[in-house]
Write a protein that binds this ligand. Structure first.
Ligand code: NAI
Length: 413
């Protein structure tokens, strides 16, 4: 065993733990109350330090846990080793999995015959409905972490195909308002800078998608001094981007002088042939959307006469007409593949929603339909109160008169 790697993983877990006070409070209660005693929980999440703390929290609450990664490039091998050796968890993940290894690891999670699933992107849940229906009878419910997974699950529910209740953790305000916006906003550039070691300031930077993640990426890009252009398909979000001070264009126009393109739409083929054909030479493309299909590698390869790995996480595509364009981490979410993912303080909130959402699911799944649910507001408020306390911030509360004023209708002025 690689002792140095193990110590690195242990330290990374301890660093994350020290910056996740909300999850620590949940964990302390879970240790006493054992809400998951006797249950098996199968998880597919980016296997890095913050996820490790969530997995440990669930195990300490009494569950048997198996963890695989939800992306072939997002595992921190030091953390995976530490979770196995120091914390005795079953972890099936390594950085740089082949497609076969990725699905073999997801299958290993389902081999435990879990009672509950925690998924990120819904690959595990999709397998339960297709190739692994053998594990379906024991499943009582699942949590889903990200926008793309929730979209897939809503589509399944609408088709009447979903076979158990699912909690859309992503749709809790204590998740998407912070994780998607501030988390992706910061970690996209952690990955970008680590991959390139280049300047953002002064560059023409295009953000595709002005959802919760795109807003964060655009805001941080502006703060770093880039000239930011946003592309959208939703007219309301396009107006939001415009009024937030960004240039809004069609992608085919934006790429002509773009030096950096960051896709974060959850949709596919955002950069395709028609864009690559007019893209400025030297443009560096990176994706932070869930899947690696936002930048078409098929079209890139069709236009390229050669591909060279010029840095650890950067491929240079030399195009047949002599232009050169660059792709970070093979189009996979660069904040995790080339960076360290969201800050621990952010995942503290997201994973508190996961932990408390799972507790809610365990208590209530018998009475839930095979549908997609959002966690009750009270859960968001509990987490927000704990987070404020940890941040040392106190806020006002309503007086009795104010409460009756804002809930009543008789008093006008
Ligand atoms: P969202 O639904 O809030 O926003 C997506 C935006 O993209 C929408 O405004 C939509 O109109 C726009 N869009 C869709 N197709 C487009 C197209 N063809 N061209 C331009 N814009 C288009 O979703 P959110 O929460 O911002 O998530 C986006 C993606 O990021 C998802 O795949 C999600 O799973 C992923 N995600 C990644 C994280 C990470 O750590 N890298 C963290 C959280 C989410």
């Amino acid at each position: 065993m690689d002792e140095e790697l193990l110590q690195k993983g242990i330290l990374r877990l301890k660093w994350a733990e020290a910056h996740m006070p909300v999850l620590a409070a949940v964990r302390e209660r879970f240790r006493k109350e054992q809400p998951f005693k006797g249950l098996k929980v199968g998880m597919a999440l980016h296997t890095e330090a913050k996820t490790g703390i969530l997995a440990i929290t669930i195990a300490e609450a009494g569950a048997e846990v198996r963890l695989a990664s939800c992306n072939p490039l997002s595992t921190d091998d030091s953390v995976a080793l530490a979770l196995r050796e120091e914390y005795g968890l079953d972890v099936y993940a390594k950085k740089g999995e082949t497609s076969e290894e990725y699905y073999a690891n997801l299958n290993s999670v389902l081999d435990m015959n879990p009672d509950f699933i925690i998924d990120d992107g819904a690959d595990l849940i999709a397998m339960l409905h297709t190739s692994r229906q053998d594990a379906l009878p024991n499943i009582k419910g699942a949590n889903e972490e990200t926008t793309t997974g929730v979209i897939r699950l809503r589509a399944m529910a609408n088709d009447g195909a979903l076979k158990f209740p699912v909690m859309a953790v992503n749709d809790s305000r204590m998740k998407f308002l912070f994780d998607n916006r501030y988390g992706t906003g910061q970690s996209a550039f952690d990955g970008w800078m680590n991959a390139t070691n280049l300047m953002v300031s002064g560059k023409n930077l295009v953000v595709a998608g002005y959802g919760w993640c795109g807003k964060g990426v655009a805001m941080r890009a502006k703060g770093l001094g880039a000239n930011v252009t946003v592309t959208e398909v939703d007219p309301i979000r396009a107006i939001e981007a415009k009024m937030d001070g960004f240039t809004v264009k069609k992608m085919v126009d934006a790429v002509k002088d773009a030096e950096i393109v960051i896709t974060v739409t959850g949709c596919k083929d955002i950069i395709r042939m028609e864009h690559l054909e007019v893209m400025k030479s030297g443009c560096i493309m990176g994706n932070v959307g869930h899947f690696d299909n936002e930048i078409s590698k098929t079209d890139l390869n069709a236009l390229a006469k050669g591909v060279t790995r010029v840095r650890e996480f950067v491929d240079e595509y030399e195009l047949k007409d002599g232009r050169k364009v660059y792709l970070i981490s093979d189009g996979r979410l660069m904040n995790l593949a080339a960076g360290q993912g969201h800050p621990a303080e952010i995942m503290d909130m997201s994973f508190a929603v996961q932990a408390l959402g799972l507790e809610y699911m365990v208590k209530n799944c018998k009475d839930m339909d095979n549908a997609v649910y959002t966690a009750p507001d009270e859960l968001d408020y509990d987490i927000a109160r704990l987070k404020l306390e940890a941040m040392g911030v106190t806020i006002d509360s309503l007086t009795d008169e104010q409460r009756s004023y804002i809930t009543g209708w008789e008093e006008g002025t």
